[in-house]
Write a protein of this length. Structure first.
Lengths: 168, 192
């Protein structure tokens, strides 16, 4: 199951045209990172702070790349400041946000993520960032493509929240 | 001690098709007085200029990108420095206006007024070409070296606190973004 999800994720990013990935590991996305790092299709930038990834992705888009930011919920909360600034000052940049949504409904065993799992939704809605929650792995690839189309079409970030228990 | 405006006047003749990303407040206003609008992004948020410049530099390895950052802004986002060091694009130059103060906040001191040393932090983060300058001749050499360096360059320009009066109003960030997008389309021969 995990191998199939990983394959679908990489295929979805490629089908979406994503060719630049900034990331910081967490339990919900670490499955994908080695494959991205090893694939010459992607330029991968490992981060030390998720907020930096917002600026890096904005710059990459200005430079002609199609960027994605892969983070966990705590990192997404940390990136709120940068997302707010690119949204309110610059009207946004098309960045596909892929957020591991631990601490969400039903994820009681990750009680320590309850705060960022809950606030992630609040931040997305306060910044008017379009998002979808992926709970079924067979929909993952199509949702990644839809997410990129949303970001590029609206000229602002769009988010995919991963609620895939199979990879936690 | 030298003003940042005097340093920028030395940088200006080096600019042909370079892209310049400016942190907010005085740094943006001073660069805007000298160079506008093509190829520049002004009034970037605190801790945002160098990340955006890094993303641009990685996306366009054939094109030089300059981050005009400041001590207050960079201190808020030091986590970008090991990322710059790891990526190490030769086309990235970071110039930090270090006036040891929050210029927009009545000049209250930053930590570089105390024991903190940005050049030391950058060097220990792994950035290859790091220099701190206090005089115009030192700055001239530093930018000349940076324009032909292997690996990213990081220049800390120690400056006196000053507010260069500007008769010009900075563009709104939204206008500025689209100006830059159009400029990139033209100069990179692509359409969005």
């Amino acid at each position: 199951m995990k191998a199939q999800i990983k394959e679908d994720f990489i295929a979805g990013l490629k089908e979406a045209g994503i060719n630049f990935v900034a990331s910081l590991p967490c339990s919900g996305i670490s499955l994908f990172l080695p494959s991205i790092a090893d694939d010459p299709h992607f330029k991968q930038v490992p981060l030390a702070n998720e907020g930096d990834g917002v600026g890096i992705c904005a710059g990459a888009w200005l430079g002609g790349k199609k960027p994605a930011l892969l983070v966990d919920g705590a990192g997404f909360v940390l990136a709120h400041y940068a997302l707010m600034n690119i949204t309110y000052k610059f009207g946004g940049f098309p960045i596909l946000l892929v957020v591991a949504h631990r601490g969400s409904f039903g994820d009681g065993k990750a009680w320590y993520h309850f705060g960022d799992g809950t606030e992630t939704i609040q931040i997305l809605e306060s910044l008017r960032i379009p998002y979808t929650i992926v709970r079924e792995s067979q929909k993952l690839k199509a949702e990644l493509v839809s997410g990129e189309r949303t970001a590029e079409g609206y000229g602002r970030p769009a988010a995919i929240l991963l609620n895939l228990e199979e990879i936690w | 001690m030298v003003s940042f405006y005097d340093y920028l006047k030395l940088l200006l003749p080096k600019i042909t098709n370079e892209l310049v990303i400016c942190t907010l407040a005085g740094v943006s206003r001073q660069w805007f007085d000298l160079k506008r609008p093509d190829g520049n992004l002004y009034t970037v948020y605190m801790a945002g200029a160098t990340p955006i410049a890094l993303g641009l530099a990685l996306a366009l390895p054939h094109r030089r990108v300059i981050s005009l950052d400041s001590d207050g802004s960079l201190l808020m986002g030091l986590t970008i420095l090991p990322v710059v060091a790891q990526q190490d694009p030769s086309n990235l130059i970071i110039i930090v206006c270090d006036n040891e103060s929050y210029g927009a906040i009545d000049g209250l001191p930053t930590h570089t007024a105390g024991a903190a040393c940005l050049a030391g932090i950058a060097r220990e983060s792994g950035i290859r070409n790091v220099v701190e300058v206090k005089e115009l001749t030192e700055f001239q050499k530093a930018i000349d070296d940076a324009f032909k360096a292997n690996g990213s360059s990081f220049i800390v320009a120690k400056v006196k606190q000053s507010h260069q009066p500007s008769p010009h109003k900075l563009p709104h960030a939204l206008d500025n973004k689209f100006q830059l997008v159009r400029y990139m389309e033209t100069t990179e021969n692509r359409s969005k």
